[in-house]
Design a protein around this ligand. Structure first.
Ligand SMILES: Nc1ncnc2c1ncn2[C@@H]1O[C@H](COP(=O)(O)OP(=O)(O)OP(=O)(O)O)[C@@H](O)[C@H]1O
Length: 262
């Protein structure tokens, strides 16, 4: 961590300062600066391989940065991890879950691991399973290893919410989630921001980000190429058009892929 990174952050929900990660010769995240205001619903968008997951993993203490710093509500994630993580709820990409537990057992284990009282864990776990429509699977004793992709996403979200964090960092939370559950999730996240919580999601679905988020960052090639309020970033156009304009799209010529359907 460099010297100017030791100055305490001003209390933004999440602040990234010159955050960088290299994998060998590849610069996956190239000195990213990002400020997520408290109470915002923040969308991080970018093409495949742009560095979103790498940046968010470093921001929440799951992947060590090559350099730079990340702060959650003013707490340095890497020098004060216990306090920072207490305030954080995280849905990582490709979440590894204990396969031999039911969803309810997983939440119980998770809550106790976080030092929560048993009765609080039991009440919240039951409520989350009901609201996220995992109650039937629980009553059948379905193990997490037998869950569908969308169910895994939902139980991952439940673990992120269980300890009532103030900042949620969710990597692709809507991916593989059915439309009914997506609505439930949106209601939960909206209520979360209405009560002063902050949500950061990554997504490839521009319409979803436009509908949900009040702030957006566009990441490409390891850099933040635009950030601000949704209106500032899209500048009077759709987010989709602005995204393509900034990121560029490869042309597909008449002759290319002519063999498809031929
Ligand atoms: N463990 C790793 N080892 C080597 N390279 C990696 C590793 N993790 C990520 N990368 C590389 O870093 C770059 C950024 O990857 P990252 O997963 O952060 O992108 P992303 O924006 O989340 O992409 P997507 O939208 O496809 O999920 C990519 O070029 C990727 O190949």
């Amino acid at each position: 961590m460099t010297e100017n990174n030791s100055i305490p952050s001003g209390g933004a929900a999440l602040e990234l300062r010159a955050l960088r990660r290299e994998f060998g010769d590849k610069v996956a995240v190239d000195d990213i600066d990002l400020v997520v205001p408290t109470g915002s619903f923040y969308g991080v968008v970018g093409p495949n391989g742009a560095g979103k997951t790498t940046a968010l993993s470093m921001a929440v203490g799951l992947l060590r940065p090559s350099s730079g710093a990340a702060f959650v509500l003013g707490l340095d994630v890497w020098s004060d991890p216990v306090e920072a993580k207490r305030r954080l709820g995280v849905l990582p990409d490709g979440l590894a879950l204990p396969e031999r537990l039911t969803g309810g057992e997983l939440l119980t284990y998770w809550g106790r691991f976080r030092g929560m009282p048993a009765d609080v864990v039991a009440a919240r776990a039951a409520e989350l399973l009901r609201i996220l429509e995992l109650e039937e699977a629980e009553s059948l004793g379905t193990l997490v290893g037998e869950y569908s992709t969308g169910m895994r996403k939902k139980i991952g979200l439940a673990t992120a919410l269980l300890h009532s964090p103030r900042v949620l960092v969710l990597d692709e939370p809507y991916e593989a989630v059915d439309p009914v559950s997506a609505r439930v999730l949106t209601r939960i996240l909206r209520r979360f921001t209405e009560t002063g919580g902050s949500v950061i999601i990554s997504s490839h679905v521009m319409a979803l980000v436009e509908q949900l988020c009040d702030h957006v960052a566009i990441v490409a090639d390891g850099k933040v190429i635009a950030q601000g309020t949704l209106d500032e970033v899209r500048g009077g156009r759709s987010l989709d058009d602005r995204f393509v304009e900034l990121v560029g799209a490869p042309e597909v010529g008449e002759e290319e892929l002519a063999w498809i359907g031929g």
